[in-house]
Design a protein around this ligand. Structure first.
Ligand code: ACM
Length: 551
């Protein structure tokens, strides 16, 4: 018969064994669990540790933490390009860009080479991947042998490299050498990923305040982090005209010289615009230029008074922020000659498929005249080889031979018009002002931005579904776009404060599967992005909704 003491120790031994089994099971589960978006099964790595797959923004379709220590970048790490055919040259360019990005913080050489044995980062075009991988999907695996990214297209490989950067410590975003840097390690992982929507956009209003080419390129850098693939540029408005058009020199001589508040403004030459397009393209973003017609046209009318129905010159400069007071004369042939010239030139400079013709907030034109105008201008865009995009007011003119893509921002009882347009073949980009307008204040007391569509905190930007926000037929939503209007935003630093941290919320709505949508997990993942922005030199608003780590 055991003594009481021996009995107690047997009980304690038993308890320890049960605890040990539970701990081992938990550890195994943590190593092999498939992470849904927002999963938090692994213990957080320290600020300098590798980033596991459950930290990626936007959340991937699926990610599995692998066994083992993962891959550590070193002086010997090569970037290896594999694949055949004419796209390999493009993959090489992706490899060179990745190598360049990794060289700056690490100081390692990252030789770019064709295939070959050995460890490293492999970029592989693999036509045997399942077709559902699509034009932007990719797979990424990391283990002790290296990192392997496979895709059907160069775009997929590029997007895989964006995920790879998020799997490295935040200091990898640094543009300058990181002295005494962390171990540059990628946790062992297997990621399978592709986007929910084909169109994931952001808009910059360069008309209310002008931003230089370098500043727009900085904006593109922020978008590219989150797999945004369209940059919509709002190039014209009452306060300014920002792009050179041959044969219409007054547009920029007059309309390029002012902005909200009366500061000098500016405009892009054709070469400037091509440079923005090139920079965006290199990062797999397509530029969507907007010429806002027939309203928001005070700058045009100041330059060419004959395009106003009254023929009288407009007060210029206009430095306020009212809307809806200006329109091109919707009937004059001189007006269609003008729109035709502008559209032909913008189409010539723009490789992407879309040209946005605005169409919002036209208060001084009868509905029938408005519809005829938009149809005719839409036909000019089609004749120039592009698909016309319009704000949702253009819905009555949408359909075959006219606007093909509607940007939904302001329902105001017009949802049925949008449904009717979808019935005629149009598609929709969701930009509901009360959720996606990045110029709305976070809260009423916030010093920057406006409030006419309400206030938008990060949770509100994140907590809606593009497919069901309004009642639309299945499959009619092409994607999501976050516009940044600049009436109150005159510096890149102020753009950053409005963009970050809300842009990643909208990017995740555009990219990640609906099934994993989860605010609790998202705010944790978002919190870790702050250190990446700091390393990159980007400002952001430290909203208290997000559990930022202590500095
Ligand atoms: C808009 O916000 N006027 C499209």
């Amino acid at each position: 018969m055991p003594t009481p003491i021996a009995g107690l120790s047997a009980w304690v031994r038993g308890l320890l064994i049960v605890l040990a089994v539970l701990l081992l099971a938990a550890a195994g589960f943590g190593l092999h669990r498939v992470f849904g978006p927002g999963g938090t099964a692994t213990a957080p790595a320290g600020p300098a540790g590798p980033r596991t797959a459950d930290r990626i923004v936007p959340a991937p379709l699926a990610a599995t933490a692998g066994p083992g220590p993962g891959y550590r970048l070193s002086e010997r790490t090569a970037v290896r390009v594999e694949g055949a055919g004419e796209q390999v040259a493009e993959v090489r360019r992706i490899a060179e860009r990745l190598a360049d990005e990794l060289r700056r913080p690490t100081g390692y050489p990252f030789e770019v080479t064709d295939g070959g044995p050995g460890d490293g980062i492999r970029l592989v075009l693999d036509p045997a991947l399942p077709a559902e991988t699509g034009a932007e999907g990719y797979r990424l695996t990391a283990d002790a042998e290296g990192v392997r990214i496979t895709a059907l297209t160069p775009a997929g490989l590029h997007l895989g490299t964006r995920t790879l950067r998020q799997l490295l410590p935040p200091q990898i975003e640094s543009r300058v050498p990181v002295t005494a840097g962390p171990p540059w390690s990628v946790a062992a992982v297997s990621v399978e990923d592709r986007p929910r929507y084909a169109y994931r956009g952001a808009m910059l209003d360069v008309a209310r305040h002008f931003f230089t080419v370098a500043e727009v390129e900085g904006f593109i850098d922020r978008l590219a982090l989150y797999k945004i693939n369209y940059l919509h540029l709002h190039l014209t408005d009452d306060q300014g005209w920002r792009i050179e058009i041959p044969g219409r020199p007054a547009l920029t001589a007059v309309g390029g010289g002012s902005e909200v508040g009366g500061t000098p403004g500016g405009f892009y030459t054709a070469a400037d615009y091509r440079e923005i397009v090139r920079y965006a393209q290199e990062r797999y973003l397509t530029v969507v230029p907007e010429i806002d017609l027939p309203g928001h046209s005070n700058a045009v009318l100041a330059a060419y008074p004959e395009l106003d129905c009254t023929g009288s010159a407009r007060p210029w400069p206009y430095t306020g922020i009212e809307v809806g007071f200006s329109t091109l004369c919707p009937a004059g042939e001189a007006v269609f000659a003008f729109t035709g010239e502008v559209i032909a030139e913008i189409a010539r400079l723009t490789p992407g498929p879309y040209l946005h013709i605005g169409g919002d907030e036209v208060r001084a034109v009868a509905p029938e005249a408005y519809r005829d105008f938009v149809r005719r201008v839409g036909a000019q865009v089609l004749a120039a080889g592009k698909t016309p995009v319009g704000w949702n007011q253009t819905a009555p003119a949408a359909g075959p031979g006219g606007v093909g893509l509607l940007q939904y921002w302001d329902g105001k009882g017009r949802d049925q018009d949008v449904r009717d347009a979808i019935g005629r073949g149009a598609k929709v980009i969701m930009s509901p002002a009360g959720r996606t307008y990045l110029d709305m204040k976070y809260e009423a007391s916030y010093p920057l931005g406006l409030r006419w569509a309400g206030t938008i905190d990060v949770r509100s930007a994140y907590s809606w579904d593009p497919d069901t926000l309004i009642d639309l037929p299945a499959g009619s939503v092409l994607g999501v776009e976050a516009p940044l209007w600049t009436e109150t935003l005159d510096t890149p630093e102020r753009l950053d404060l409005m963009l970050l941290p809300r842009l990643p919320a909208l990017a995740e709505l555009g990219w990640s599967p609906k099934a994993g949508h989860d605010w609790t997990g998202f705010r944790q993942r978002l919190a870790e992005q702050g250190a990446r922005w700091t390393a990159a030199g980007f400002g952001y608003e430290k909203r208290s909704e997000i559990p930022w780590p202590a500095p």
